[in-house]
Write a protein that binds this ligand. Sequence first.
Ligand code: SAH
Length: 294
Amino acid sequence: MTAKSRKFPLPLSSLDSKSSSRTGKSGHPVQNIATPQTATQNARHQQSRSASVPVTRCLLPRVPDHATPFRSEIMAQHKPADAATAYEAPRRAMVARLVRQGIADPVVLAAMGTVPRHLFIESGLVGQAYIDASLPIGYEQTISQPYIVARMIEVMRNGKSLKNVLEIGTGCGYQAAVLAQLCENVYSIERIKLLHELAKKNLRSLRIANLRLHYGDGMRGLPEVAPFDGIILAAAGMQIPDALLQQLAIGGRLIAPVGEKQQVLQLIERTGNADWTKTVLEGCYFVPLRPGII
Ligand code: SAH
C-alpha cells in the first residue's frame, strides 16, 4: 500500500501511508502499544509463542566488527570491581523480555545487553532501571522504556549496518549510548541545556568515541553533518520537521512518534530526491517535541 509522494517540501499528511500490523516470527500479527502497561501485556502475549526461544542464543549474537570495540570498551569500564555485577542479571532479564516482546535483531539485543542502563537513572529510581517502563529524568522528561528503544532501533536498522545516525532528544543519553554500539557515528541533539549536561556526565565514564552530543533545537537537524542514513526522534511532534526529511539520505530511514495525546510510531523511508514513503507502525506515548532551546 506504500505509494510515492510528490515534490518536496510537502506536508507528511499528504503522503500515502500503510498501516503495518507487524507480523511476528510465527506469522501472527503483533500490535504493540508502547506503554509500560501494554508492553507487559505484549510480553505475556508473546511469551506463550516464544517461550521456546533459547535466550542464550540471543544474548550471544554475532555483532558486526565495528561494534565489537565499543562493546568491549563499555564492558571494560564495568568489570566486577564495582557494583555493576549486581545489574548484570536484571539486564539479561531485560533482554530476555525484549525477545518475548518480539525484538529479533541480534545486533540490537546485543547492544541492549551491553549498555549499563542503571548509570542513566537517578539514584532514587536505580532499582527500577531494567523494568519495562519510562522513568523520570528531571525537567519533565523521561528515559524511554527499553522496549520502545529497542523497537525503534530495530526498525531503523532494518538488519543493515548504519553509518551516520541522528537522534533528536538526547535526554539522559541512554538511547544514544545504545545507538553508538551499532552505528559508525551517532549525533544526538538536546534542547534543554541541563539535560545536555546530564547526558555528558552520564556518558563520561563509558568513553564512547563515536558519539557526539549537541545542544540545540533538533527540529533543525544538523545540516553540516547530513545526510544521515538513520534519524530517530525521542519526542513526539504533530508532524515530522521538513529539515529532518531533507537531511535523510536517499535509502535512509527515519522513525518518530507523531501526535499529541494519541500518538503513533511512523517510519519514513526516503526513496528518491523528492520521494518519501510513510508507514504507521503502532501506538506509543512520548514527551512532546518542542521548538527552541532552554
Ligand atoms: N533519548 C532519551 C529519551 C529522552 S526524552 C532516552 O535515552 O531515553 C525526549 C527528549 O527530547 C527530552 O529530553 C526533550 O527535552 C527532548 N526534546 C524535545 N524537543 C526537542 C528538540 N526540538 N530538540 C532537541 N531535543 C528535544
